[in-house]
Design a protein around this ligand. Structure first.
Ligand SMILES: Cc1cc2nc3c(=O)[nH]c(=O)nc-3n(C[C@H](O)[C@H](O)[C@H](O)COP(=O)(O)O)c2cc1C
Length: 291
């Protein structure tokens, strides 16, 4: 519990951070060096207030989730800085293993630097294409088949390049450090990444994952280009901008197909042929899209 004297010194800030003085004085608060991260609803313990409940709207949330799509062709129109800030603001509240928040984000707006990233990816895709050709045609992902000579994101206004700091893994319990370190870090990064994509969707923007930036060669070249310290690992890149395409409907599995109550329901087991058929269907859905 924090001392009352100490609290009253900070009480002057309360009107600006949207907290109840009662909450504050009752010690339902956190350490002062996190003052810049205050978010009243996140830190209200117990029952939600009526006002908070009013703001929680499952239908609106579901609509947002359904609206989030991967857009692979962007208009070159610039994004206002306010949108960039809002995307990052949503991301910084993402849950992470041990609250380690291992992320670092380089926001690339400069055309020359973006062009160089695109060149690095095009070069890497020559090898990726050759690799993809070693698979039977019917198993190929659209990305195996195309050279991506003119990626649809090349003129997008903003590239968010996300890195993680591997030193933060020491925040995890020793068992996690020993056995599941990578998955905890990757899940943490996936969380901030998804929050950012959702924020972009909420702002009416388009966004795309670019996993290829994390491959060893693009990773090394992009780190050098952006002057990123060695101990940071490139996780993934989010492209954001205004959409220049509307994707076809997404193929989504019915919940009953993959939900099992209490025990796995073996009647729902998918045989190899069914899995192959499903993979063909999702690849076909993708391949009709320009990129
Ligand atoms: C972990 C992850 C990696 C992804 N990597 C890429 C990528 O490198 N390039 C891309 O165009 N889309 C990428 N996507 C987007 C998926 O292909 C997309 O979410 C999925 O096909 C559903 O399609 P939809 O967003 O159009 O509904 C990725 C998505 C996730 C979750």
């Amino acid at each position: 519990m924090v001392s009352e004297n100490y609290l009253s010194r900070w009480a002057v800030l309360i009107p600006f951070i949207g907290m109840d003085q009662d909450d504050w004085m009752a010690g339902r608060t956190f350490r002062p060096n996190f003052l810049d991260s205050l978010n009243a609803s996140r830190y209200t313990f117990g029952k939600l207030t009526a006002k908070e409940l009013e703001m929680m709207n499952y239908d609106a949330f579901l609509q947002l989730v359904q609206k989030q799509r991967s857009i692979r062709r962007f208009k070159p129109d610039p994004l206002p800085d306010e949108f960039i800030d809002k995307i990052i603001e949503a991301g910084r509240f993402a849950p992470s293993g041990a609250n380690s928040q291992p992320w670092e984000i380089v926001v690339v707006k400069d055309k020359e630097i973006k062009d160089q990233i695109v060149e690095i990816l095009k070069e890497a895709n020559v090898g990726n294409y050759k690799l993809g050709q070693t698979r039977p045609k019917e198993e190929q992902h659209p990305g195996d088949r195309r050279l991506h000579l003119h990626p649809g994101f090349q003129h997008a206004p903003v590239f968010f390049v996300l890195f993680y700091d591997k030193r933060l893994k020491t925040t995890y319990p020793l068992s996690a450090q020993a056995y599941s370190c990578e998955s905890v870090t990757h899940s943490s990064m996936a969380n901030i990444f998804l929050y950012m994509h959702m924020a972009a969707t909420c702002l009416g923007l388009a966004s795309q994952w670019i996993t290829a930036t994390a491959q060893p060669l693009p990773q090394a070249l992009i780190k050098q280009l952006l002057d990123v310290p060695r101990e940071f690992i490139l996780y993934d890149t989010m492209i954001a901008g205004y959409p220049d395409q509307s994707p076809p409907p997404r193929l989504v599995r019915p919940a009953a197909e993959f939900t099992h109550i209490n025990r796995y329901n073996r009647n729902k087991y998918r045989y190899d042929e069914q899995v192959k058929e499903f993979i063909r269907a999702i690849h076909q859905g993708r391949s009709t899209m320009p990129d």
